[in-house]
Design a protein around this ligand. Structure first.
Ligand code: PGA
Length: 253
C-alpha cells in the first residue's frame, strides 16, 4: 500500500507573525520542487491568517495546533473549526500530549474535536502516545489501544480515511530521546493492527506519523519503516534547514 509520506511542522508556542512569515516563506520556496512528500506547518493561532495567505498557491498545507468543537457561542477564548475553515486550514492537530498533560485534554474531548474537524471537511492529526512510566510498566500497548478506542469512537471508514494518526511517545518529545526505529515501528504496526480490526478496508490507507525528537539525521531511519508514514516535528521544524532536511529525508538515506 503506497501512502504518501506526510511531514508536519508543529511550531508550538513559538514565533511572532513576522517570524512565522519568514519561516513559512523559506519552507514554501524550498519545498516547491518536492512532489513525493506532503508538507504542512502549524503556526500559533495569531499567525495562521498571515501564514495562510503567504502559503497560497504553494504545496505547503496550513495546519492548526488545536480547535474547539462548537461552531460559535459563549466560549471565551476558544477557536472553532468553522473559523479555521475560514482561514484555509486543512489539518488540525488534536490530542497532543502537551494538551493532554497541561490543559486537561481527554480522549473524549479529542473525539469531539476530531468529529467536528471531519464534519467541516478538514483532517485531524490525532496524537497518541505513552509516558515513560507507562512504557516502563509495560503498559505501552494498552495505553495506545485505549487512546485509539476512545479517540476514534463513532468513526466510519470514510472518517478514518480522512484522519492522520501520530504516534508520539511522551518521553521522546522535546527531550532529544528519540525512539529507536524498532521501538517506533513496533508501535506503528500495533496501531495499524488495531485499526484493521475495526476498519479492515481502510486501515492500510491511513497515514501514521511518528513524533518525538525527529531530526534530519534520524528521519531517514524512522521514515523508511513500513508503518511510519511521516513525521510530526516540533523543535526541528523551527529552522527551515532542519525542517527541510527532514522533508528531504530520502536524500540522506
Ligand atoms: P519535538 O516535538 O520534535 O520537539 O520532540 C514533537 C511534537 O511535540 O510534536
Amino acid at each position: 500500500m503506497a501512502r504518501t509520506p506526510f511531514v508536519c511542522g508543529n511550531w508550538k508556542l513559538h514565533k511572532t507573525v513576522a517570524e512565522s512569515l519568514d519561516l513559512a516563506t523559506a519552507i514554501k520556496n524550498s519545498v516547491a520542487p518536492i512532489r513525493d512528500v506532503e508538507v504542512a506547518v502549524a503556526p500559533v493561532f495569531t499567525a495562521l491568517h498571515a501564514v495562510g495567505k503567504r502559503l497560497e498557491g504553494s504545496t505547503v498545507a496550513l495546519a492548526a495546533q488545536d480547535c474547539f468543537w462548537e461552531d460559535q457561542g459563549a466560549w471565551t477564548g476558544e477557536v472553532s473549526v468553522r473559523l479555521l475553515v475560514d482561514l484555509g486550514v486543512k489539518y488540525v492537530i488534536v490530542g497532543h500530549s502537551e494538551r493532554r498533560q497541561h490543559f486537561g485534554e481527554t480522549d473524549a474531548s479529542v473525539n469531539h474535536k476530531a468529529q467536528a474537524i471531519l464534519r467541516h471537511g478538514l483532517r485531524p492529526i490525532l496524537c497518541v502516545g505513552e509516558t515513560l512510566a507507562e512504557r516502563e510498566a509495560g503498559e505501552t500497548f494498552g495505553r495506545i489501544a485505549a487512546q485509539l478506542a476512545a479517540g476514534l469512537v463513532g468513526f466510519s471508514p470514510e472518517m478514518l480515511n480522512e484522519t492522520v494518526l501520530a504516534y508520539e511517545p511522551v518521553w521522546a518529545i522535546g527531550t532529544g530521546k528519540v525512539a529507536t526505529t524498532q521501538q517506533a515501528e513496533e508501535v506503528h504496526a500495533f496501531i495499524r493492527a488495531q485499526l484493521r480490526e475495526r476498519w479492515p478496508t481502510t486501515a492500510d490507507h491511513v497515514r501514521i506519523q511518528y513524533g518525538g525528537s525527529v531530526k534530519p539525521d534520524n528521519a531517514a531511519g524512522l521514515l523508511s519503516q513500513p508503518n511510519i508514514d511521516g513525521a510530526l516535528v516540533g523543535g526541528a521544524s523551527l529552522k527551515s534547514d532542519d525542517f527541510l532536511g527532514i522533508v528531504k529525508y530520502r536524500l540522506s538515506k
